[in-house]
Design a protein around this ligand. Structure first.
Ligand code: F6P
Length: 544
């Protein structure tokens, strides 16, 4: 299906017109006019309840956004992804993270081959390793039990593993310690291992390419640290290092036994890889059964996304509402506010997923876009954020659509804590939507001069995303929900959500600058005057 440029799709013009009417409408009015609005604009699927009624939209908005999805070829594009077509056009790659969680008997073709058996063979190998490690059958070089697992990776090879470990810590093997090293700042490594015994420590070097500067630097430092604790015995590497990568050659070059390498494929993007072998640390922490339950959760959401009609399709609705605010209301950001302490790294995880995917300025054929693409995602767990940045969301000058995420049951029920937590979720969405009018503030005895400060305009949109309990499956569903929302957005913007050329330039320039910082001879500097001066200053003042 050939898709017209976004601004000339009929639904776009209709939405532009419709927006003129909508921008002046208040959520107070929309709720007053329809006593059933709260139920009408709510959907439940795959164990997730999405209340999107507190958005600045009507049935007409929804119908136009759905029309836009159709005109954008979303249906065809979803099918193309699941069929293994090379929809990542700039890298000529398929986008098949959905195959990572397909059941054993499924068939997903890539270049004429069903990839599902390969996926399950890696999962089985991971499970075997995880069981041996957790049971103590896999021992360190001196025969000591491995008690510490350190994942070294960055970006998608770190954020998913950290987020999932924190999210599922409740299910984790508490007798083991899990650490994550990503930053090339030596402090990250130093602090991660300072209280660990090398004889009891396993490093997982996670890197799709096995060439990433930060990861390789940290991996070599880890090697030195281990050998220092093991009298330089090179043989020890085999028992204390495993790799997760697509690059067998580089893994072998590093000295890791390729029998202890867990593979994945170039059709898995880094930010879509937490459910591939990149999740090895997660599997070791929570055990293979829980890991498989997480994959089943992902799969349930995949199937929902693939088959549900768009008007009841959670990722589609979430994606369309993001477009509505980003492109019509001019919202620059989306706040993700999990009211669940275990999800404390979820916003950071989503930042790579959403912004590396949709931070693009040209369409698939290279044309400069004339509309805004991916918004900035950010957030912190509630209720902490309430005592920090919520002031700006409530009374600032910017429109910030919010996703509130909460669970009906606490994993750590303690007295009244959970009721209080959830009361805050509901109170925040209510306060944002309806605000507080002048009469109410006056009735509280507020003097006139203080009135403007105490008024809450309201009309600030939010989604409320509710799940019963933070299980491994629930986490899988939640991540897949956002993955497919990103896909929906990218399809409408007609961008490649699966490449990341924007991160390359900085990497290349850093490689050029490293020797200029390290050379003993004064380097010839040919940068701009600012960069030259910064380099000179560093050279003069750096420690030995
Ligand atoms: O710098 C961006 C990036 O390529 C991400 O997309 C990726 O997740 C990360 O670097 C790490 O890459 P690798 O797994 O190859 O080390």
């Amino acid at each position: 299906m050939s898709v017209a440029a976004l601004r000339v799709r009929p639904a776009w013009a209709l939405l532009e017109n419709h927006f003129q009417k909508m921008q002046g409408l208040h959520l107070r009015q929309l709720f007053a006019e329809d006593a059933k609005r709260g139920e009408k604009f709510a959907v439940e699927a795959a164990g997730i309840y999405l209340d999107y009624s507190k958005n600045r939209m009507t049935a007409e908005t929804l119908q136009l956004l759905l029309q836009l999805a159709e005109e954008s070829g979303l249906r065809e594009r979803i099918d193309a992804m699941f069929r293994g077509e090379k929809i990542n056009v700039t890298e000529k790659r398929s986008v098949l993270h959905v195959a990572l969680r397909a059941p054993r008997d499924a068939t997903i073709m890539h270049d004429g081959e069903n990839v599902v058996p390969q996926v399950h063979s890696v999962l089985d190998k991971m499970a075997d390793f995880a069981v041996r490690l957790r049971s103590g059958a896999w021992q360190g070089h001196t025969g000591k039990r491995i008690r510490n697992v350190v994942n070294i990776g960055i970006g998608g090879s770190d954020l998913g593993p950290v987020m999932a470990y924190e999210a599922l810590r409740y299910y984790s093997e508490r007798a083991m310690t899990f650490r994550f090293v990503s930053n090339v700042d030596g402090t990250d490594f130093a602090e991660a291992v300072r209280d660990l015994d090398p004889l009891e420590t396993l490093f997982i070097i996670s890197s799709k390419t096995f060439t990433t500067l930060e990861t390789m630097t940290n991996a070599h430092t880890a090697r030195d640290w281990l050998l220092a604790g093991l009298n330089g015995e090179e043989k020890a590497i085999a028992k204390h290092f495993v790799a997760v990568s697509t690059n067998t050659k580089e893994v072998a070059k590093f000295g890791i036994d390729t029998d202890n390498m867990f593979g994945f494929w170039d059709w898995v993007g880094g930010r879509y890889s937490m459910d591939s072998a990149i999740g090895l640390s997660t599997m070791i922490a929570i055990g293979p059964e829980n890991f498989r339950a997480m994959l089943d959760g992902f799969h349930e959401m995949d199937e929902h996304f693939r088959t549900a009609p768009f008007d009841r399709n959670l990722p589609v609705l979430l994606g369309l509402l993001t477009i509505w605010y980003a492109d019509f209301f001019g919202a620059q950001t989306v706040a993700v506010l999990p009211y669940e302490q275990y999800l404390k790294r979820f916003p950071a995880y989503l930042q790579q997923l959403t912004m590396e995917s949709n931070g693009k300025h040209v369409t698939l054929d290279g044309t400069q876009v004339d509309y805004d693409t991916g918004p900035i995602y950010w957030g912190e767990p509630g209720t902490n954020g309430q005592h920090s940045f919520y002031q700006l969301i409530h009374q600032g000058t910017r429109l910030i659509p919010c996703d509130f995420i909460a669970f009906m049951q606490s994993l750590n029920p303690l007295g009244r804590h959970h009721d209080m937590l959830l009361a805050n979720v509901f109170a925040q969405t209510e306060a944002l939507a309806f605000g507080k009018v002048e009469e109410e503030v006056k009735a509280e005895g507020t003097p006139d001069w203080l009135l403007p400060h105490r008024l809450f305009a309201g009309n600030r949109p939010s989604n409320t995303i509710l799940l019963d309990r933070l299980t491994p499956a629930a986490l899988g569903k939640l991540v897949a929900l956002y993955e497919h929302s990103v896909f929906t957005q990218g399809t409408i913007w007609q961008i490649d959500s699966f490449d990341q050329w924007g991160v390359e330039l900085g990497k290349v320039l850093a490689q050029r600058i490293i020797p200029q910082l390290e050379d003993t001879a004064e380097p010839k500097l040919e940068h701009d005057s600012s960069t030259n001066a910064l380099i000179r200053r560093y050279r003069k003042r750096k420690g030995s």
